[in-house]
Ligand binder design. Structure first.
Ligand code: GLY
Length: 451
């Protein structure tokens, strides 16, 4: 089967490895890339470097290659309607059309959908197209809030009082800035009561009716050790052999999956179109139970790297049948722990320190240590060297029977097999002490009780 992957991060490298290594179908891979990702280039019969949000360029490449299936990695081409455009060309696409993808590209739509369909896992909120009304709502609430531009901001637009904003006055200033600078590109802002708890991710495969859940994952968005510093695209993540997390019970996991199932149904009813792809739920476990922080319309990054290496079975059939509209394929997840750590250029995400500098990745050494490398925003140069951009460079995923083993594998692989003068990573991700701190924090929150 000829498969086109769109996107060129570690997430897309992981998707491509999973599809090319699946036993159910021989895959001939083609890639539409933003950067010259060496992992994807190596796997592909042919590739094109371009802008994945240019849906006509993506469609032209797909037609030229004669692909049978397109798999879309990032959200921005989906928000631009790449799945709709590919459908016009008769190409089945894994990734929702623009209508259902609205669950990510319009946070106001997502919250109203939950309220209108009785999916009661949201904080008190308001959606505003007028900055004065948004500021009045902040005053009426009179408690710490999260201020969210409604549109896409690459995961960096949400600001929370007590974290990025000192008080409600700063929250109101940020509201005005969102409208003045058109942050997120939509004339809307969502104001929510701040939630307190532990965040986690659950991703489900869906054809718009049936749902296949995957193991829970916890991401680490802060740039520096100890959850300090600015929010990034995600510095790393872990998952556990039982598919749960040390602070998340089986009942809470199942409740979260039910929320996603009901959301899939609500999207179909609301937009009149089935959601085809991965629906990503970012949850917070609060004293009152799971609350949705936001939805994404694609695999998570780094969370894709936790679930794909332990997925076994008919992965090509799964992706292709979802794209065709009727999910099939026998896929299971091994009872293994995974720890993903991103190696990033020194200045990420605040400066370009390290951009253009070389990074060396000894893949054999990494595999010997029971870990897997997935290339991200790097470029394969003419002379075979790999240079960094200003974004994340390579994800290293350790796999083991236990979380400690997976963490040690990822950490050793980075220390012994990845080199560069201007690189760094968060060594604390997946370490027992980091995980224990989260469990203790959750216990304290539960002890304080809900509202
Ligand atoms: N892990 C955050 C994201 O995928 O958006």
């Amino acid at each position: 089967m000829k498969v086109m992957i769109v996107g060129s991060g570690a997430r897309e490298h992981a998707i491509a490895e999973a599809l090319c290594g699946a036993p159910d179908e021989d895959v001939e891979l083609y890639a539409f890339l933003r950067n010259r990702n060496p992992g994807l280039i190596r796997l592909s019969e042919d590739y094109e470097v371009g802008d994945p949000t240019d849906v006509d360029a993506v469609a032209r490449a797909a037609v030229r290659w004669g692909v049978d299936l397109a798999v879309i990695g990032p959200e921005d081409p989906l928000a631009e309607g790449v799945a709709d455009r590919l459908e016009e060309e008769g190409i089945p696409t894994f990734g929702p059309k623009r209508g259902p993808a609205r669950i990510e590209w319009d946070k106001g739509f997502a919250r109203r959908l939950m309220r209108e369909h009785g999916i009661e896992a949201y904080p008190e909120f308001g959606v505003f197209e007028d900055p004065d009304e948004a500021c009045e709502f902040i005053d009426e609430l009179g408690k710490p809030v999260a201020v969210k531009p409604a549109g896409l901001t690459g995961g960096k637009g949400v600001k929370v009082v007590g974290e990025h904003l000192r008080n409600l006055d700063e929250a109101k200033e940020y509201v005005r800035e969102i409208f003045e600078r058109e942050i997120g590109g939509l004339p809307r802002v969502v104001i929510e009561e701040r939630c307190v708890g532990e965040e986690y991710t659950i991703q489900v495969y869906t054809d718009g009716r049936k749902v296949l859940p995957t193991p829970a994952v916890q991401d680490h968005p802060h740039a520096y050790e100890g959850d300090e510093g600015p929010i990034t695209g995600g510095m790393g993540s872990y998952s556990c052999p039982d598919g749960l997390l040390p602070f998340l019970s089986r009942e809470e996991y199942e409740e979260s999956v039910r929320i996603l199932e009901r959301t899939v149904e609500a999207i179909r009813k609301e937009t009149g179109e089935p959601y085809r792809g991965v629906l990503y739920g970012q949850f917070m476990l609060t004293a009152d139970g799971p609350v949705v922080i936001e939805f994404n319309c694609r695999y998570g990054d780094p969370e894709a790297m936790n679930i794909l290496p332990i997925a076994e079975g008919d992965l090509v059939t799964l992706h292709a049948s979802i794209a065709e509209g009727s999910m099939e394929g026998d896929v299971e997840f091994l009872e293994r722990a995974t720890v993903c750590k991103y190696v990033v250029p020194e200045g990420y995400p605040e400066s370009s320190e390290g951009e253009g500098e070389p990074i060396e990745v000894d893949e054999e050494c990494i595999h010997r240590l029971n870990a897997i490398p997935y290339y991200a925003s790097v470029n394969l140069e003419e002379d075979g060297t790999i240079t960094m951009t200003s974004s994340r460079a390579v994800a290293i995923v350790g796999i083991g029977e236990r979380l400690e083993e997976a963490e040690e594998a990822a950490e050793r692989a980075i220390r012994e097999c990845v080199s560069g003068e201007r690189i760094r990573h968060r060594s604390d991700i997946g370490k027992p002490e980091t995980v224990r701190k989260r469990v203790r924090r959750m216990e304290r929150i539960r002890g304080q009780g809900g509202s």
